[in-house]
Ligand binder design. Structure first.
Ligand code: IDP
Length: 139
């Protein structure tokens, strides 16, 4: 299992608000190398599968609606200790709790619409990268 890669999505709110460039700049300035990236839109079935772990949660319907309402930027990022360092860079799930200078503090509107995704383990980084990208799309 690689420990130097993670998976991210710039969620629909980030794309709608024109924050793609600023967020990617922050990611690369923080030492992450982009090894896969595309603009794509998840179907309802895609989002239900991607977030299956949350299917019993009260916000599941809202989450699927949000994540499918427009395009996202999905990417695979490379850096030593990628998963943990990227979670630090994006900040807490709820932007109100996120540290100053984190991506969610800067760009997220709420706990639901929180600008970015970051994998929470090396295992999930691998699963999520393969969910979004074919092998030949990851460099
Ligand atoms: P994470 O994205 O910080 O890992 P998770 O708990 O895995 O957080 O939740 C996945 C996503 O579900 C969040 O990023 C957010 O978009 C959404 N979400 C989490 N908790 C809530 C909530 O209480 N209300 C609405 N949406 C939520």
């Amino acid at each position: 299992m690689r420990t130097d890669r993670t998976f991210t999505m710039l969620k629909p709110d980030s794309v709608e608000k024109g924050h793609i460039g600023a967020i990617l700049e922050k990611i690369t300035a923080s030492g992450f190398k982009i090894v896969a990236m595309k603009l794509t839109q998840m179907t309802t079935a895609d989002a239900e599968e991607f977030y299956a772990i949350h299917k019993e949660r009260p916000f599941f319907g809202e989450l699927v609606e949000y994540m499918t309402r427009g395009p996202i930027v999905s990417a695979v990022l490379e850096k030593d200790n990628a998963v943990e360092d990227f979670r630090t860079l994006i900040g807490a799930t709820n932007p109100e709790d996120a540290a100053e200078g984190t991506i969610r503090k800067l760009y997220a509107a709420s706990i639901g619409e929180n600008a970015v995704h970051g994998s929470d383990s090396d295992e999930n980084a691998e699963i999520e990268s393969q969910f979004h990208f074919a092998g030949r799309e990851i460099f």
